[in-house]
Design a protein around this ligand. Sequence first.
Ligand code: NZQ
Ligand code: ZN
Length: 432
Amino acid sequence: MNKSKIKEQLLNFDHNHPQFLIRYSINLLIRIKNKLSKININKKNTMNNFNFYNPVKILFGKGKIAELSKNVPENARILMTYGGGSIFKNGVYDQVKAALKGFNVIEFGGIEPNPHYETLMKAVEVVKAEKIDFLLAVGGGSVLDGTKFIAAASLYEGELAWDIAAKSIAVTKALPLGAVLTLAATGSEMNSGGVITREATQEKFAFGSPVLFPQFSVLDPQVTFSLPQRQVANGIVDAYVHVIEQYLTYPMNTPVQDRFAEGILLTLIEEGPKASNSETPDYENRANLMWAATMALNGIITVGGKSDWSTHMIGHELTAFHGIDHAVTLAIVLPGVLRLMKDKRREKLLQYASRVWNINEGTDEQKIESAIQQTEAFFRQVGILTRLGEHKVGQDTIDRIVNRFTQRKMRAVGAQQDVSIANVGELLKTRL
Ligand code: NZQ
Ligand code: ZN
């Protein structure tokens, strides 16, 4: 019906007629709704309320492991946790033992990359048998995450500690812990979260609680000199995607957080290739990478904004099924997520294109596509293979992932619930 016809009908209508009143009311409601939705749009652009709490003491720089003795509680019964043995080869073990001379230290090694629940529960037995009251994690993100889980599971009163992760059971008490970080990547050293894998079921879930912040974390960039290039590259990409997950969503009028985020991204773009292309590690370079990774996921850039984490959620499944390194899964998935979300997240993508990649020419569509291509090129430049096919993963795995999400009765992934499960299969297809 055209406008003049509607006008004509309205003029000829008995205004006291119930039909008119109903139509009038509906029109009024639509107008109110439109007004409200305008207010909502404005609301979207307003920084959310937040509480920010981060109690982790950072001991950063050369030789800082020696300060352990001043930070570990005196008379504590300490369980020192570590991974597959890198700390014996690069001197970190000796430094820790020297710093803790005279302390009561029991050791638990063998925590795998993507730490296994099964292994961590063995550590819980040691904690109980030895009456441990302080945990010291020495290693990369996996050892730190694993140790956070041990801290929670040791005091867990439920039946199955796996539920802490699988059923997101609130952790209200945990053993105190500290950390000596040997791999800059996850930010676990300054946050209260972790991710663990159950080998038996090939499942990987995150958990977290304010009681799981480390009391302190020692960050000596020199200890990262012994990292293989693969792990250096993983660290750069993981930190990069952590920033993207928190920054590249919807504008919330958070210029401080945005510019912190862009500063971290630019630092990684500058420093990353230097680290991955050089045979000999450089202290300044490693120091900047280490601090960038810590800042990327200690909560500071996420406050008041809208985070995503859909790339991580999908990536976790690739690790769970195929053991692909965490950061590699992110480099595979992220370009697919960004292309899928290019209309919904247009404003932030354009900001990212301009401020991070200096892309200011062309149509919006071209700028966004170019920024996504630059992002993937950066991942490849630091040495990460970004296609599923390059990791021998095919359509069957995509189907398994979609089925799994469907079985879990999920409708969407990510904090904004804007990446629907129906789209996960499509976006992964573009990454084959
Ligand atoms: O086990 P060892 O022998 O120590 O060897 C490790 C491991 O093989 C080795 N490595 C670590 N430091 C080294 C070293 N080798 C030589 N020199 C050193 N200085 O590197 C390998 C990988 O270690 P890992 O700890 O698994 O790597 P990363 O730090 O990348 O941690 C990955 C885990 O963290 C989780 C991931 O899901 C994954 O399970 N994440 C944790 C987060 C958090 N807590 O906030 C957030 C992240 O998104 C991430 O999901
Ligand atoms: Zn990550």
